[in-house]
Write a protein of this length. Structure first.
Length: 167
């Protein structure tokens, strides 16, 4: 199955982490990669690294802020993509957090994501993708799509990100 967690609200990475825990609880082998996030940025990374060992990779450089950073981000994305292709051969489920951010910013290409989708289906595996702005072609292709919608968020009231809540 192809699962997509998208939308402008909080909870996409949390949904990916929950999906990972659920699959592991069913005895499935899972790999979890993050495209934009650097290692050591968020609490879930600590736990995923403990649970998954080398099947966890936070391979990003942070979010793309300036266009001159694009080549370095593209290189990092290609490293995560190569890792993901290798993992897909070994696991039942591959989770790629912030893959849609990478896709939307042009760091990942549509044909690269389509190749992963095809490999997933050919190998009868599960692929979980997350990030804002899932493109229509992906929504059409996916088996399950959930959109997180922000109703209210504390940062709009000037409250800073909190450990264990935001990261």
């Amino acid at each position: 199955m192809i699962l997509v967690y998208t939308g402008d609200g909080k909870g996409k990475t949390s949904a990916c982490t929950g999906q990972t825990v659920r699959a592991m609880g069913q005895g499935m082998k899972v790999a979890f990669g993050q495209f934009m996030k650097r290692d050591g940025q968020a609490g879930e990374q600590t736990m995923l690294a403990q649970w998954l060992g080398p099947r966890f990779l936070a391979g990003g450089l942070g979010f793309l802020r300036r266009d001159e950073e694009r080549p370095a981000h593209r290189e990092a994305a290609l490293r995560v993509l190569d890792w993901a292709r290798e993992q897909l051969l070994e696991v039942d489920m591959l989770v790629l957090d912030e893959s849609l951010y990478a896709l939307g910013s042009g760091i990942l290409l549509r044909e690269e994501v389509e190749d992963l989708l095809a490999r997933t289906r050919q190998q009868d595996k599960h692929l979980v993708l997350s990030g804002r702005d899932a493109p229509d072609w992906l929504v059409e292709t996916a088996d399950l799509v959930t959109s997180m919608t922000e109703i209210k968020h504390p940062w709009r009231a000037g409250i800073k990100a909190a450990p264990g809540i935001e990261y």
